[in-house]
Design a protein around this ligand. Sequence first.
Ligand code: NAD
Ligand code: MG
Length: 394
Amino acid sequence: MKGICILGATGSIGVSTLDVVKRHDDQYRVVVLTANTNIYALFNQCMEFKPDYAVVVNEAKGEEFKAQIVGTKIADMTVLIGAEALVTVATLDSVDSVMAAIVGAAGLLSALAAAQAGKTVLLANKESLVMSGDIFMQAIKDAGAVLLPIDSEHNAIFQCMPANYTAGHDAPTARRILLTASGGPFRTTPLKDLSKVTVAQAVAHPKWDMGRKISVDSATMMNKGLELIEACLLFNMRPEKIQVVIHPQSIIHSMVDYVDGSVLAQMGNPDMRIPIAHAMAWPERFDSGVAPLDIFSVQRMDFEPANLKRFPCLRLAMEAISAGGIMPTVLNAANEVAVEAFLNEQIRFTDIPVVIERSMNEFTATQADTLEHILEADKQAREQAQQVIKALVV
Ligand code: NAD
Ligand code: MG
């Protein structure tokens, strides 16, 4: 029986993870569930899965939650409040696997702590890896932790890698990665109309049902930019060896091209329970609850290159990897601030890359050799992005 800690339990990935756990309660026991503010969802999850610990990051909501469980069947569950508690629960002895499914930089310290504690890290929170890069990968190696990608593309690539492949190592016979992308909701929208895109249009992804931040990232294709950086780190590959391929049907979730000309692809219905179940059962397999792929309903699969004029965020991510050092951290931080401003209807959709580019221009790619340096770059980039937004909206 493995103990699992689900960081970000109330989000899209968290909910899908619990759906898989429910099918395999003979193999997994929920030890921890965490939420930021959504205590309504957290309460229902705790009543169903009866974890030992629940964490609420928001202080006021945490107190409310403590009062809510009094007199219920989960009254003796331990409730911790605040961001530091995420690190505490990610490193508990009773936890074997940590699902890192918090969105954004807020997930960094807990994911890193899980890595340092030698846990099996199921990594959905790509932002933490993009921010901390080599430090995160080194922590995995030093602690002998197992890192399994949950992002569908990276999980697909992992599945197409040679047997016994370990994240962060070389795979000399793999010559290229083909990183697929759906192209999001605006793949064919006339360029002149992009500035008028509404929040509702941007979060309505044609193939995947996801949280709001990653949905906007998919619409700008910053998601693919972050994933390009993520793939370089997870598979120890230079960015030139990773090709972004737009594949609107989202049936192939990425491919690995080998030196002999063989190209291996992983296919499946676009449902995150597939990569989640893959990582949870690894190195075995078990049922994910997803219906079998009906190959006849696929009919056709299209592939096209990504247009960097249409998707400047992808270009900015490529520039951030080439620059190296703290630049991916700056890119990620400025993107988080810009996306939030767009979701709050402060800036237009087409302002997102403007905010990121103007912020990046204010930084030089100094080495990202310590966690302190990374956290400082993250903080400064957020402040810079806020300045740019202020200047844009007057
Ligand atoms: P979501 O918005 O649905 O859920 C986010 C979760 O994080 C919630 O449980 C929320 O309570 C928690 N959270 C938010 N802010 C927090 C904070 N400041 N402190 C602590 N917890 C906080 O997001 P999601 O779509 O589930 O995505 C989660 C992560 O997984 C992201 O990094 C995303 O890029 C990645 N991912 C998601 C999908 C998907 O299909 N949803 C696919 C691939 C990768
Ligand atoms: Mg993905």
